[in-house]
Design a protein around this ligand. Structure first.
Ligand code: NAD
Length: 290
């Protein structure tokens, strides 16, 4: 059986890595804050201790990190993974970063004797927990086929999208729509409040109307109705994704007019201290602004 390593044991990475442990793999976990490595050990994982150890021990190395700069540092940095001697590992990045970064990483990984896939995910922490994520996977098709047994443990809806970076293009279009739906939910619920319409009544009716969406279900049912603000998916991560979608649109000569307004709204919410809260708190931001 292959030996695995998982770097970035956060809201997504921890349940994903745990599912691989539960499937019977030996999984080495590495995280910036060490208490998460301890939690992972309690779940049956092993501490990796360093990137050098990961490079030495693992056949498959996975990353799920917050920002493009984190992926660059961990994979390409001066003390990054690709600087160590590698035994032809398969590297899979589940983070949401830019398509161009993935193309660079693939090229450098191949030069260092490794294989590479970009495999951003959708389905949130519930999907990560249940092993039902949607995974959009870019890279060489043969490499994708090799990764499939592992992807099957983590997800239920796995799609090969084409060359490296293409998985991320699909993911960023998804995130663009998640941003639009999140803004729509926040402003619509605020409008209901201010117009004397009960939110739970609105949710009941709209859940059976054209305004129904998975984002409305997630935000209202799992967070707003429960007064829950802790992420989930941090508002700043969605702001990052909207910026990446905007950058991708620029490269494709596309003008995302509505998207710019939504990005601006999220930027303001972040500036007002909502960045580390769940993205559904855009509703609270809109409410307190007036
Ligand atoms: P998170 O902030 O909860 O977790 C990231 C983890 O990476 C943290 O534990 C952090 O300590 C660790 N980390 C950061 N830099 C590191 C480094 N240099 N070395 C080792 N560990 C490091 O973030 P998350 O919500 O798990 O999201 C991770 C990625 O997945 C992001 O790109 C996000 O956009 C994407 N994503 C998140 C969700 C979601 O619902 N949370 C859904 C789909 C995609």
């Amino acid at each position: 059986m292959q030996t695995l390593a998982f770097i970035g044991l956060g809201n997504m990475g921890m349940p994903m890595a745990r599912n691989l442990v539960q499937a019977g793999y030996v999984v080495y976990g590495l995280n910036r804050s060490k208490e998460k490595e301890k939690t992972f050990e309690e779940l049956g994982g092993r501490p990796a201790e360093s990137l050098a150890a990961v490079a030495e021990k693992a056949d498959v190395i996975m990353t799920c990190l917050p920002q493009p700069a984190d992926v660059e540092q961990v994979l390409l940095g001066e003390k990054g993974l690709l600087q160590f001697p590698l035994n032809n590992p398969l590297i899979i990045d589940f983070s949401t970063v830019s398509p161009s970064l993935h193309r660079t990483v693939e090229e450098k990984a191949q030069r260092s004797g490794a294989r590479y896939l970009d495999a951003p995910v959708s389905g949130g922490t519930t999907g990560a927990d249940a092993g039902t994520l949607a995974i959009m996977c870019g890279g060489e098709e043969e490499v994708f086929k090799e990764a499939q047994p592992i992807l099957d443990i983590l997800g239920a809806n796995i799609t090969y999208t084409g060359p490296a970076g293409s998985g991320t293009k699909v993911k960023l279009i998804n995130q663009y729509m998640v941003g639009m739906h999140t803004a729509a939910v926040g402003e619509a619920l605020h409008l209901a409040d201010q117009s004397g319409i009960d939110k739970s009544l609105l949710y009941q009716v709209l859940s059976r109307s054209f305004a129904q969406s998975r984002i409305f279900d997630r935000h209202y049912r799992d967070f707003i109705a429960e007064d829950k603000e802790e992420p989930g998916f941090a508002l700043d991560l969605l702001l990052k994704d909207l910026g990446l979608a905007e950058q991708m649109a620029g490269e494709a000569d596309v003008n995302l007019e509505a998207g710019k307004k939504v990005e601006d709204l999220f930027q303001k919410a972040s500036d007002q201290g909502f960045g580390e809260k769940d993205m559904s708190t855009l509703y609270q931001f809109v409410k307190q602004r007036e």
